[in-house]
Design a protein around this ligand. Sequence first.
Ligand SMILES: NC(=O)c1ccc[n+]([C@@H]2O[C@H](COP(=O)([O-])OP(=O)(O)OC[C@H]3O[C@@H](n4cnc5c(N)ncnc54)[C@H](O)[C@@H]3O)[C@@H](O)[C@H]2O)c1
Ligand SMILES: O=C(O)C(=O)C[C@@H](O)[C@H](O)[C@H](O)COP(=O)(O)O
Ligand SMILES: [Zn+2]
Length: 357
Amino acid sequence: MKTLEVRLPGKEYMIEIGSDTLSQVGRTVRFAARGNKAAIITDRSVDALYGDRVRQSLKDEGFDLFTVAVEPGEGSKSMEVYSEVCERLLEGGLTRKDIVVALGGGVVGDLAGFVAATVLRGVDFVQIPTTLLSQVDSSVGGKVAVNLKAGKNLAGAFHQPKAVVIDTNCLNTLPDRVFSDGMAEVIKYGAIEDADLFRRLSSLGGRSGIMSEIEDVIYTCVDIKRRIVEADEKDEGGRMVLNFGHTLGHAYEKSGGYSRYTHGEAVAAGMVKIAEIGEETGITEKGCSDKLRSLIRMYGLPESIEIGLDEYAQAVGVDKKAEGSMINLIFIEDIGKAVIRKMDTASLMELLGRVEG
Ligand SMILES: NC(=O)c1ccc[n+]([C@@H]2O[C@H](COP(=O)([O-])OP(=O)(O)OC[C@H]3O[C@@H](n4cnc5c(N)ncnc54)[C@H](O)[C@@H]3O)[C@@H](O)[C@H]2O)c1
Ligand SMILES: O=C(O)C(=O)C[C@@H](O)[C@H](O)[C@H](O)COP(=O)(O)O
Ligand SMILES: [Zn+2]
């Protein structure tokens, strides 16, 4: 097993990465918990696969338990489901010293984390991510949120977990499409920060290659995120690079009603498009968009998604990196080297029109 510590003053936590860590998860939660009640928030598919194992481990540690299982899918990152889950926690008798256990992919982690940040004005929570995307990205760093009609992740908070327990065995039951989603964020880390990782992803060549080095791939990604979050927890500067491909990606997700394209698919297409804009403006070395395209193709992700300029404009208008009429955009200068550039949104729209042809 590998471990990492996120060192945020007063909010430090450990990340465990290994195989079969689920059967020992009770010990980690016991160490993190101040009370004796634990509420597991999960989705129905994950509950059927892994709920019993987690419940057994928590019971072995003497926890008084209950489970709230939501519908699988992005639709559960909504104010309606958020409100329903809060009510269920209170019916279950959750008090301020108790703990929420988020068991599932990024949807469950973001929803349960937002619930934990706000119910009773905040309770502790632990992340047990079960998808590749949630293991390399969403379980770490404390961004928690639900979607609004206006756009992606628009009601949220920064609420750091007390621990993150990653069990790589969970990845064996992932459908290929969900595995690919996680690869979009893995490719993102290579593109923004680690050219060696980017090259390695080419040579690993697909899901089985990645699985042969999975602990190390996850460790590499989480270590990058840990360093970035430690330097800028609240997304005021350097952390914005983790949003590479996301401004346009969020536009694609919204245009597909949060069901046609997954987050990973949207981010993949968003990275290619912003690299094309970067090449057009001279910020990005020529050829980077082709390098991204070929990795994205290799991992079964879309290189582009067609939407209208009005749909881009709506998403850009509510992007959390906007400052008045300007927006902070994340480009890469080359593979492994991200840069933040302020641009007025009108110029961005003009460039989008140009690269869309
Ligand atoms: N907070 C952050 O920093 C952050 C970072 C990246 C993404 N996100 C968010 O994460 C969400 C996407 O997360 P996701 O890709 O994990 O999707 P998801 O949580 O919807 O999971 C995808 C599907 O896989 C199923 N599943 C989960 N674990 C499984 C397993 N081990 N075996 C079989 N099936 C399993 C789920 O039931 C679901 O149907 C998006 O909402 C995105 O915005 C947040
Ligand atoms: O942790 C971060 O910071 C990220 O930007 C990670 C992203 O992969 C993730 O999708 C995040 O939820 C996007 O955040 P948002 O602030 O653009 O909603
Ligand atoms: Zn993301």
